[in-house]
Design a protein around this ligand. Structure first.
Ligand code: NAD
Length: 456
């Protein structure tokens, strides 16, 4: 199947297009390798992951160029993603040797309980195109550290970054059969049989909520353990008492990282009335000045969106908001081709019923509205089926903590525009997902707890 450069809409190369047979072969390889891999020492697994960490950093220029070509993000961001991916491998290399267990007396006496943690088994890992390497490393790192083999299915738009990561892992010493990458143009046809097969023991998925729900239904049939990192609709609240310059800088990060194509992207900006006009003016000045172009060109911040459908979606959302009274302070119309370019856009006066407030924009559009009271801000922020991340800016510590606790999301950025960190538990509530990746709990997703009762 072809891999396309979103900046030119030209094909870059072709990769293998797997069908159900290749999927089954990959699962067989993972199932066969599982026992030996689980028996390796934690230190061996840790050393391999640490070598892969170093290789990724040593090869950052080549890997980031591959990522920019197939995905479009500016080179500086691609370098950042390679480093972020490498950091997941280092973090889980460190976690591999720190698994704990338990030894407890039975309350009734006479027996002892040993509590051990074992790898869950062969794992299916499905990743999206927006962070084509980091989302893989965030799953492969803990899976390998825990002693699980895996079949990885990258997004059809961005197979190259995952193939490159698999090549690095192989050179770092991952044995044959432990990491198997399946690239496919028809993901459903390959994945559904692997879920139904019964040999996979875990599905870890990052992608849209719609596909996540479909996979949860499929997993119910074989009671497959799942982790789900799904879509978001992040509110970004700016209170009157915020440090305005910090809030604008945070807004730029929360909105423009990955050209707005992040599950953590600020989707709904809500600004308290007293500073709303000033915030909009400063944000507009910064957004309007962002250089747009191919991600490989020096200085570019706004690269292309992933495909023509993404441009059409953003265009329709902005048109709907404007039809309902929103005003574009900058941007607001797609660029003519070639390539899938949409400019950095600021909309003010976006009414709550506009589709853009209820849909993951996945593009460089900041939708602004005004609030008056703290309660109103919290209620509107929580008025969504999603709950991945929320952002708020205030210099009042009490308000900051009060609102952080009241926000219905798995993560909160309090005076911070980026929350992602391999050392922190990443994940959402409500329809944004199940489970956490990274942090001290990330490896738990790939471990089963076994209790052994021992007669004394
Ligand atoms: P997507 O759901 O379309 O695709 C994600 C993956 O699922 C791809 O590998 C795709 O091939 C595969 N897939 C699609 N249909 C499938 C099917 N029927 N059966 C099995 N696999 C299938 O999402 P996307 O457009 O690639 O990614 C964007 C979405 O991912 C956004 O909603 C974004 O919020 C979300 N995301 C979430 C996180 C998170 O950590 N919560 C991180 C990044 C992206």
């Amino acid at each position: 199947m072809p891999v396309t450069d979103p900046a030119t809409a030209e094909p870059l190369c072709e990769v293998a297009d797997a069908g159900p047979e290749e999927g089954a072969a990959a699962l067989t390889a993972a199932a066969v390798a599982q026992r030996d891999w689980a028996r390796t020492s934690a230190r061996q697994r840790s050393d391999i992951l640490m070598r892969a960490h170093r290789l990724l950093l040593a090869e950052v220029e080549r890997l980031s160029l591959v990522m920019t070509l197939e995905m479009g993000k500016p080179l500086a961001e691609a370098r950042g993603e390679v480093a972020y991916a490498a950091e997941f491998l280092r973090w889980f290399a460190e976690e591999a040797v720190r698994l704990d267990g338990g030894y407890l007396p039975a309350p009734t006496g006479g027996s002892r309980f040993l509590v051990a943690r074992q790898p869950v088994g062969p794992s299916l890992l499905i990743t999206p195109w927006n962070f084509p390497m980091a989302m893989g490393a965030r799953k492969i790192g803990p899976a390998l550290a825990a002693g699980c083999t895996c079949v990885v299915k990258p997004a059809e738009q961005t197979p190259l970054s995952m193939l490159a990561l698999a090549d690095v892992l192989r050179r770092a010493g991952v044995p044959a059969g432990v990491v198997n990458v399946v690239t496919a143009s028809d993901p459903g046809a390959v994945v559904a049989p692997m879920i139904a097969d019964g040999r996979a023991r875990k599905l870890s998925f990052t992608g849209s909520t719609a596909v996540g729900k479909l996979l949860l239904e499929q997993c119910a049939r074989t009671v497959l353990r799942t982790s789900m990192e799904l879509g978001g609709n992040a509110p970004f609240l700016v209170f009157d008492d915020a440090d305005l310059e910090a809030a604008v800088a945070g807004a730029m990060l929360a909105k423009m990282r990955n050209i707005g194509q992040a599950c953590t992207a600020a989707n709904r900006f809500m600004v308290q009335r007293g500073i709303a006009a000033e915030f909009a003016a400063r944000l507009t000045e910064r957004m309007a000045a962002l250089p747009m172009g191919r991600g490989t060109e020096p200085g570019v911040v706004v690269g292309p969106l992933i495909d023509a459908a993404a441009v059409a979606k953003v265009t329709a959302l902005v048109a709907d908001a404007r039809a309902r009274g929103a005003v574009a302070l900058t941007g607001g119309e797609p660029l003519a081709g070639p390539g899938n370019f949409y400019p950095a856009t600021v909309l003010t006066g976006v009414p709550a019923d506009a589709r853009i407030c209820h849909t993951e924009i996945f593009g460089p559009v900041a939708a602004l509205s005004i609030f008056d009271t703290e309660d109103e801000a919290i209620n509107r922020a929580n008025d969504t089926p999603y709950g991945l991340v929320s952002y708020l800016y205030t210099e009042n510590l009490r308000r900051g903590l009060r609102v952080s606790e009241a926000l219905d999301s798995g993560m909160v950025g309090l005076n911070e525009g980026v929350v992602s960190d391999p050392a922190a538990p990443f994940g959402g509530v409500k329809e944004s997902g199940l489970g956490r990746e990274g942090g001290l709990v990330g490896i738990d997703e790939f471990l089963e707890t076994k209790y052994i009762r021992v007669a004394l």
